[in-house]
Write a protein of this length. Sequence first.
Lengths: 159, 119
Amino acid sequence: MINTKYQQKTPLPIFAYNTLFSQERLKIVDRNRTSVTTGSLGGFELSENAEAMLRRLDEFSILPENWDGYGASAPLKDAIQDGKRFVRTLDRLRQYIDFTSPGPNGEVSVELKFGLKYMEFVFYPSGKWKYTSFENKILVKQGNYEAKDLPLLLGWLRN
Amino acid sequence: MEKGDRIPDEMWLWRRVFLTQIKPDGSVSPRAFSPRPKDEGFLSVDVEQNTTFERSILDDSKFSIFRFHAAIPHAFPDVNCIYDPIEGNDAHTLVGRIDPNDEAVAASIALHAERIFIQ
């Protein structure tokens, strides 16, 4: 649930996330979630990559029930919105997005790749966010995803 | 092979994949190998030796086929590939039980899977 307190035209809490992302301005929208502010704070324009991924995510909303032939649920609005918010955040951090996909439980995924490293972030309609990371097709780590972990996870992917 | 038998590691298993889940480079999203909660952690696949491309794909305008070795899910504790023929599909096999909190099985299968084309 988004905290509407910070959607008003009041000064936004701005802080240095860490050295890598110190130029980014982040807006707290929930206790454990963050979203990058856009537009009014700097005229940020989406990359073509992000725009394409956002279009894909929007297209998932028209998938019917059983779209995969195995009885999958149609992607749900909340999951799509979380996925889109994450794509915008990644784009603000100059992170190329490899792919987005619908899942069978109403969830959507966002996939990243760098060399032999791979990450999948999964956004479930229940609000549960998860991630897995692989290197050379071998599992490195998986767990629940919280936005505060993003710098560390992207740092691993890029190094 | 009898119902309930464990599929040997070297056997290929086929999974039908919705075209939207296939990446431009030809690889596949892990979401194609993720079971639903009502499947109780079991993923439906076909064992290669008992099926054909035409039987497994259903509709090639919507789907493609990817295959992976049974050894991939077998690398995870408590995950087995069990031969489970059903009426109308004697290739049917179940991969499980996959813990709903474990996203790594689906991702590992996807990273090792290869797309099947017919000549």
